[in-house]
Design a protein around this ligand. Sequence first.
Ligand SMILES: Nc1ncnc2c1ncn2[C@@H]1O[C@H](COP(=O)(O)OP(=O)(O)OP(=O)(O)O)[C@@H](O)[C@H]1O
Ligand SMILES: [Mg+2]
Length: 301
Amino acid sequence: MKPYLSIEQLTQRFPDGSGGQLTVFENATFGVEKGEFVVILGHSGCGKSTIMNILAGLADPTSGSVIMDGQEVKGPSLDRGVVFQNYSLLPWLTTLKNVTFGVRARHPDWTRAQIDEHATKFLAMVGLEGDVIHRKPSQLSGGMRQRVSIARAFANHPKLLLLDEPFGALDALTRGTIQDELLKIWGQMEQTVFMITHDIDEAILLADRILLMTNGPHARVAESVEITIPRPRNRTEIVEHPNYYAIRNHLVQFLGKRSKELAGQLATPGQPNAPETVRIDTTQTNDDPADTRPALKAVNS
Ligand SMILES: Nc1ncnc2c1ncn2[C@@H]1O[C@H](COP(=O)(O)OP(=O)(O)OP(=O)(O)O)[C@@H](O)[C@H]1O
Ligand SMILES: [Mg+2]
């Protein structure tokens, strides 16, 4: 059976600016289950935002397809909410109206009071309350704008939430609070999330699974690392879980070393390029009693 969101042999090429072609990735193939929280990690320029734009229906791949809930993704839809890397808000609308805009489209039968109340609730969740919600984006700080963009996406409760480095402009304290809020909202609603971040600890805290991308060009999603740490998780306790540092080290090694070593390895023409599933669980013992290393199992998916 197909996963809820199925990315099938996705290839993206762009003109390289000097008459040739740049292959960002080739035949990328992976899936995301309903309600799953998947984070993608990879170096700058490997093609993360490009994948996200295709998932959002905002860009067409060179070849391949994206199927969500049995339907091919073609063009943008209210079913897919996006928080962009540059948190694009509508500059002529107030903070509140930037949020109500989408809520009204999603719930045409709601009264204005219901729409305002719903939007206000989600703005309060990200710490925006009072007069500030009547200000325009140009009158807000970068971090505030980013929070409006997060509230706007959550308020619509899309089938798929796409987050492109949504916390990049936030200070550490606010970032922590919003990560907690995101986990809370995600726990309450059955929300499928696909998120890009550069922050390894944030990825482990939030994700069910982390997809690791090799460096581009010809990048690929090389591994799918399961986060074998039970929920609910919180930022202070998660570091004490026996699997935390084993997973963290694996990710650091990949980004520091293997993402380069594996870079540019061409896909077999026409073959799907699916990631290897990696499960790191130090609480499980190895079958071989002579082997005292922590269990690190890599199974082909
Ligand atoms: N519209 C476009 N035309 C030509 N090249 C593009 C276009 N969009 C992206 N690229 C190229 O594709 C590659 C991947 O870009 P992308 O923005 O997806 O990277 P990223 O992984 O999101 O990086 P970052 O972490 O810096 O945000 C880059 O080499 C970029 O220059
Ligand atoms: Mg990007």
